[in-house]
Design a protein around this ligand. Structure first.
Ligand SMILES: [Zn+2]
Length: 184
């Protein structure tokens, strides 16, 4: 496999794992079995397992999934609020519109914030590993043609994230957030 093929395979695996993770409260190794179908047939079983484990590790490092216990993982909390559906346009009951989010943008924004909410400047609470918890928020929703770029994504404390979605002053907040990220 060339490096390019390897990168493409990793990105396909990561999307497959992320999609599966969105459909479950928690997942284990056996839930990753469908991903093995994406792998070239010629790989040894050990190489296959390592390739899938690598994709899972990448997703964890990007903050998209997190470990909840021995061999157990789930989608990170930061994305959970988006599953309430408020980011998306009204669709029919049978259609779920999914926007591809660049995980690199999300992690770069979290890094840019250095542990502080980019709106109220409060430090996120500490996770078990000592890092600060923040949620990445698309200021203009992807559904409203907002861009998946660092100038449209802000790291928020959970309280501000919910205010941004459900607060009475969410329109004002939106303007304030745009000013903040443009100054960041
Ligand atoms: Zn805040």
């Amino acid at each position: 496999m060339t490096n390019r093929e390897r990168r493409e395979l990793q990105s396909r695996l990561q999307s497959a794992i992320e999609k599966m993770a969105r459909s479950k409260i928690e997942f284990r190794w056996r839930d990753l079995q469908p991903c093995f179908k994406l792998l070239p047939a010629g790989l040894s079983p050990k190489a296959k397992a390592m390739t899938v484990a690598h994709a899972r590790k990448n997703l964890m490092e990007m903050g998209i999934i997190e470990r909840t216990g021995w061999g157990r993982y789930r989608l990170s909390d930061g994305d959970a609020i988006d599953d309430l559906g408020v980011d998306r346009p009204a669709t029919t009951a049978t259609t779920v519109q999914r926007y591809a989010r660049d995980p690199g943008v999300r992690s770069a924004v979290i890094r840019r914030a250095k542990g502080k909410c980019e709106l109220c400047c409060k430090l996120g609470f500490k996770r078990p590993d000592g890092s600060r918890y923040l949620e990445a928020h698309h200021i203009i929703a992807l559904a409203a043609d907002g861009e998946d770029r660092m100038t449209n994504v802000i790291a928020l404390c959970p309280d501000d994230h919910r205010k941004a979605h459900f607060g009475r002053r969410h329109r004002e907040l939106e303007k304030k957030m745009i000013r903040k990220v443009n100054a960041a």
